[in-house]
Write a protein that binds this ligand. Structure first.
Ligand code: ADP
Length: 432
């Protein structure tokens, strides 16, 4: 508060001097007026110096000013120092972020309004063949022109990444993801997944080849076992051969399921999408389910909307729906109820299998579509299950843009629901 005292003392000093001088000349009021003018002029000069200093922008060197003006200069100077320190800290942090982003193994490209490139890292130059100097400011869709990428960029649905080969190099597979942030800003991240893709293809080919190779020996074994079982055998021999036949049948089912999955995974489906008469398909499935239920005498029923057909692969849809029906028959005790429903729903169309069976614990539900996952392995094997049924269902639904939903209460029953989008729905009389 020293500067206030300085100002008070200064004002009082000037006023008393002016008063004394005025009194000496016999005009104290004139003396006071002159004193006030001198004081105002003096303050004006100091204000001018302060203004010049502020305007000059040399805030690092504060002027020597007494009183209030000195205090103001001191405050402006310390604010300036604080801002400079903050700026330096932010600058360092920004440099660190830039260095980190530049060193990322994944390509990162910052896109502004109209998909213009604002910044990119080294990996973007390498993976996307972009140039940090030449391409900043250019529209990314003018430089990366693959139609799938352009559609993804303009589509605006970035929930899932886009996997693409041939974006810049024919044999490089890239996973591209766009992350919107800030105002009209997007981060394009690209990862090279060529190796992973190749390994995945090798794994798929291996499973498909092994399954295919196993088919013939299994068919030969099954044939011989059948012939042997037709001959005269003692009880022990018959029991052994029947056990072998049972296991051979299980292996055949396994091989067929594995082949189905690998065909679905590679997308090598022989048929094209066509309108499928789902109600008719379900009627024949109901007959088969009745035969399968046999002695268990389940109460089986079907409700199907006759006008509701689906665009898809009949064979694979049958396989998926039948897996759900077989499971309901297998995991529902004798006399239980199994209902099949095919109807319209909010999303489009929905196939539902509802049983009053043993149910599934909540923690097992997310794992049901994993290959070979079984809630009770002993029970599944005894029932002849391969552990691949729901995995097949999942893949068939992926091909039909559908989704599997499961509700279950242990001891009370389960509902498996296949939900298909409206764009897949068609009617019996729709043109193909
Ligand atoms: P599995 O050949 O063993 O039936 P799935 O992939 O078809 O293989 O099913 C995986 C597991 O899910 C089954 O082992 C069983 O534990 C459980 N499961 C499937 N459907 C039902 C159902 N309707 N009721 C109770 N459990 C079921």
């Amino acid at each position: 508060m020293g500067f206030w005292w300085y100002e008070v003392r200064l004002a009082a000093g000037v006023a008393s001097l002016a008063l004394v001088a005025g009194w000496l000349v016999g005009r104290p009021s004139v003396g006071l007026l002159v004193g006030a003018l001198v004081y105002a002029g003096w303050q004006g000069m100091r204000l001018l110096r302060l203004l010049r200093w502020l305007q000059g922008g040399r805030l690092a060197e504060p002027p020597e000013l007494p009183g209030v003006w000195g205090e103001l200069a001191y405050l402006a100077h310390s604010q300036y120092l604080r801002a400079r320190r903050r700026q330096r800290r932010l600058g360092e942090r920004l440099k660190r972020y830039e260095a980190t982003a530049a060193a990322l193994p994944d390509a990162a490209v910052v896109l502004g309004r109209d998909h213009g490139i604002q910044w990119l890292n080294e990996a973007a130059c390498r993976l996307l063949h972009l140039d940090a100097r030449r391409d900043v400011g250019q529209r990314v869709d003018n430089l990366l022109r693959h139609p799938d990428f352009v559609a993804y960029l303009h589509g605006g649905d970035y929930a899932e990444p886009l996997v693409l080969s041939g974006l810049v190099e024919e044999d490089r597979v890239l996973q591209l993801h766009i992350v919107p942030y800030g105002q009209d800003q997007r981060l394009l991240v690209a990862r090279d997944i060529t190796r992973m893709h190749r390994l995945e293809a090798m794994r798929r080919d291996f499973v498909a080849n092994v399954s295919h190779e196993l088919r013939t020996p299994l068919a030969v074994m099954a044939g011989y076992l059948e012939t042997l079982l037709e001959g005269s055998l003692d009880a022990g021999q018959r029991q052994a051969l029947e056990a072998m036949q049972q296991q051979t049948t299980r292996m055949k089912h396994l091989v067929e399921d594995l082949l189905t999955i690998s065909r679905l995974e590679t997308g090598e489906l022989e048929e094209r999408d066509a309108p499928v008469d789902v109600p008719a398909l379900l009627r024949s499935m109901l007959e088969q389910a009745r035969r399968l239920s046999g002695e268990k005498q389940h109460e089986l029923s079907l409700q199907a909307d006759e006008s509701l057909w689906l665009l898809g692969h009949e064979r694979y849809l049958y396989s998926a729906f039948f897996n759900l029906v077989v499971n309901a028959v297998q995991y529902t005790p004798a006399g239980g109820r199994i209902e099949l429903r095919w109807q319209r729903c909010d999303e489009g169309a929905c196939f539902e299998v509802c049983d009053t069976g043993i149910g599934i614990p909540a923690q097992a539900i997310p794992r049901l579509t994993e290959r070979f996952y079984r809630v009770d392995p002993g029970r599944s094997r005894a029932a002849g299950g391969t552990g691949l049924g729901l995995s097949i269902v999942k893949h068939v639904l992926i091909h039909h843009e559908g989704e599997l939903q499961v509700d279950s209460t242990p001891g009370a029953g389960s509902t498996f629901r296949c939900v298909f989008p409206a764009r897949r729905v068609c009617g019996p009389n729709d043109p193909q």
